[in-house]
Ligand binder design. Sequence first.
Ligand code: GLA
Length: 384
Amino acid sequence: MRDSFADRFRQRCRVIARAPGRVNLIGEHTDYNDGFVLPIATEQETWVAAAPRDDQTVRVYSTELDDQQTWPIDDWQAADFPHWTAYVAGVAALLRLRGTRLGGFDLLIRSDVPPGGGLSSSAALEIATALALTDIADISLEPNELIDLCRKAEHDYAGVPCGLMDQSVSLAARSGTAFLLDCRSREIRYIPCDLGDHVFVIIDTGVRHELAGGEYARRQQECRQAVDYFRRLDPQVRALRDVSFDAVRSHIKQMDPLPASRAKHVTSENERTLAAAEALRAGDLSRFGRLMTESHRSLRDDYQVSCRELDQIVRIVTAVEGVRGARMTGGGFGGCVVALTRETSVPWIEHAIVHQYQPPPNRPAKLLRTHPGRGASIEFSQST
Ligand code: GLA
C-alpha cells in the first residue's frame, strides 16, 4: 500500500486503515425494523491509504478499477462522478459538516470485497475511509458516531436508506465470533463460532443488485404500513420489533396483503435470529442451518427480495450432502448466498454449481470461503 501510494501520489502516506466486508448469517431486513441481525465480518477487506494535502483538492484512486478521480473537497456532485466515489466524498463532507478540520487529501483504495455482491463493500469503504480521515484530522470518534456518520454517507451520498447492520459489524466485529446486534438498543453480543469441521461458504450469483433502485425503500414503506396497523391496536408499538409473529398470524386476514406478508417475514426472522444465536452458542449446527434455509424461504415468499439465481443456488447447494443450510445474504435481488457446510462437502458444492447453475451471461458463479474476521482498524499511522 505504501509503495503504491507513493508511486501514484508522489508523497508518503500518513495512515493506512482497513475494514472488512460482512456476510449476514441470518436476520435479514430486520435492522431498519429495530430488530436483530447476526452477521460476521469477512476476511475479504478494503484497505485505504491516505495523506493530507496543502490545498482543498481530493484525489482518490481505486486500484481494482484503475480509476483516479479528483474534486474540490466542497464540490462533489453525484451526477459528475462515478458512483464509487460517493462513499469517500460522503464521509469527507460529513466530517467537515460536523466541524472536523479536514482539508484536501490523497487516498488510495484496494479491496477484495466483491462490489455490489451483498457483502457490504460500501460499508467497508466508508468505515476504512472514516478511520483514515479522522486520523489525518487528528480526531477520534466514538464507535457509534463513526457508524452513524458512515451510514448517513450511504443515505445522503450513495442514495441507499440502509439500516445499522453493515457499518456496525464492519467496525466492531471480533475475530472468531458472530455479531448479534440488537438494532434498537445497539447492544452487541459476540457469539463464539466454533464450527469444528464446518465452514461458511459464500457463493456469488454473479447478479449485481442496485439497492438504490427503489425496492429496498419500498419494503421499508410496507413495513411502516404494518407498524401503523399494529399501532392502532397498541399505541406502544414503534416498530415491527414490538410485534410478535403470533400477533401477525392472528391479524393476517384483516391486514392489507403486502404489509401483512412483509410483517410475517420480519417478525418470524427476528425469532429465527435469536434462535440461531442460541443454536450457534450451543454448537447445534444442524438447527442453525435449518433456520438459515427457513430464512431464505421467508425472504423469497413473504418479503420477495430474492431472485431466480439466488433461489437456484440455494436449491442446488442444500441438496448437497453435508450442507446444513443456505440462504441469500444482504439486501437481495442478486449478490450472494451463504451456506453452512461440512468442509469436506465444499468440492461437491463447487461441482454441483458448475454443472447445474445457470449464471447470467459472462458472469460465472464464484465461491469464497470465509471465517469470522475482525473489525476495522488503523494499521499504520504517522499522525502527529
Ligand atoms: C442492506 C442494508 C442493511 C440491511 C440489509 C438487509 O445490506 O445495507 O442495512 O438492511 O440490506 O438485511
